[in-house]
Ligand binder design. Structure first.
Ligand code: SAH
Length: 394
């Protein structure tokens, strides 16, 4: 049993699910990592049932606020059913498509991430609590979705914070093919679920790829931090004249070329540049190149509060370089997936970058993670991806 310090029950009363080590006054009885523990306030009143994670600063994550609810196979089946029903509501259940099926706190399953690639699921167990119930979770996923195969990609350093080793491999059913092919908004994408980044594909950008496609017809596009060329393919299928993809990962660009072929896009319409975006943007600037539409979708530049100032500077630098590479009337679409970057701050950084580049313009779209990555109202930290489309003046 976890006894909270006086006053530290406030966030739980507002249904937040994280309990930090500093909030805990006492641990009564024995509990192993991942065990279910009852959480009470300083007067021993029931607050929640949670998963114990002693290795982490985030020492417990709430499963339920209902004292009657038990955490067992049935509990996971109910929560997974709810997550699957929500994707049906979003119309993301086409068999040949893919989506994020379970988004951790956003689906009331802290630490569990499940992505669906057609008939296959890729799972990440990111907390001691979900690790403890991996067998029940895999069985429930199999039962609820009827997936052909379930593959684990818990090979992420986040697990170390929970005292867990990295793991990957087949959990149930048959091995997924390499690549798995999924269809999104009419585009085909090849995904390497074994070695790709995250679980293989950035589903969180689905709606933004559609937004970019809508701005692409007849345009010369620069897609920086392209990964497997998601934005590029969407733009080309929507009639972009030419796309330049830039990424530092050779395997990602190899799949980008494969994606062009699969979508029957002439290779002359797309150049794939392996390199560092900061260097390449400067080189293109010096070469006097110009683009109509530029996408900047970098990795997380801000991993912790200490990295905030430096990270902001990096976001501003690439946005400034991007603005400088636009023709008059061109559009910059820039993103930040750092949770510590607020939308207000991101807008300010983008505005400052435009000032530095000496351009004026309009914000024309505010973008965010696609709705299969929902945020729980009680856990606002789940909102992480924001983007801005800015059209500079003619
Ligand atoms: N836009 C992509 C996702 C981008 S993820 C999509 O929609 O699918 C970020 C990408 O940036 C990764 O592919 C990573 O390899 C690449 N990357 C990270 N740092 C880089 C750098 N300095 N220069 C070029 N690419 C970089």
């Amino acid at each position: 049993m976890l006894v909270l310090a006086p006053g530290r029950e406030k966030s739980l009363l507002r249904r937040h699910v994280w309990i930090f080590s500093g909030a805990i006054a006492d641990v009564e009885g024995e509990a192993a990592p991942g065990d279910n523990v009852t959480v009470v306030d300083s007067k021993h009143r029931f607050l929640a049932r949670a998963a114990w994670s002693p290795a982490s600063q985030l020492s417990a994550r709430v499963w339920t606020f209902d004292s009657e609810e038990t955490i067992d196979a049935d509990f996971f089946r109910r929560r997974i059913e709810a997550a699957v029903e929500y994707r049906k509501f979003l119309k993301l259940d086409a068999p040949e498509g893919g989506c994020r099926l379970v988004h951790s706190e956003g689906d009331a399953l802290p630490g569990l991430v499940v992505d669906r690639y057609g008939e296959y699921l890729v799972v990440q167990f990111l907390s001691a609590g979900v690790e403890r119930f991996r067998a029940e979770i895999v069985a429930a996923l199999q039962e609820v979705t009827g997936a052909k195969g379930i593959y684990e990609r818990s090979d992420t350093s986040i697990r170390a914070k929970e005292g867990l080793e990295e793991r990957k491999g087949l959990l149930a059913g048959t091995e997924p093919p390499n690549p798995v092919v999924i269809v999104e908004n009419g585009a085909k994408y090849a995904v390497d679920v074994r070695h790709g980044q995250k679980s293989g594909f950035y589903f969180d950008q689905r709606d933004s790829r559609a937004a970019v496609a809508a701005l692409s017809a007849g345009k010369r596009v620069l897609n920086a931090f392209s990964y497997t060329g998601g934005f590029g393919v969407a733009a080309l299928l929507a009639g972009a004249e030419h796309v330049v993809n830039i990424d530092s990962s050779a395997p990602a660009l190899k799949l980008a070329r494969h994606n062009l072929e699969m979508n029957r896009i002439a290779p002359t319409r797309c150049e794939n540049l392996e390199g560092d975006v900061f260097t390449e943007l400067r080189r293109l600037t010096e070469a006097g190149e110009k683009f109509d539409l530029i996408i900047l979708d970098p990795p997380k530049f801000i991993e912790s509060r200490n990295a905030l100032v430096k990270g902001c500077r990096a976001y501003q630098d690439i946005a400034r370089l991007g603005f400088g590479l636009l023709v008059p009337g061109g559009v910059l679409v820039n993103f930040s997936c750092s949770g510590l970057m607020t939308p207000e701050l991101f807008q300010k950084i983008t505005a400052d970058a435009a000032l530095e580049a000496g351009v004026s313009g309009r914000f024309i779209r505010h973008l965010e993670q696609s709705p299969d990555h929902p945020t729980s109202p009680a856990v606002p930290e789940g909102f992480y991806l924001k983007g801005l489309a800015t059209r500079i003046d003619l």
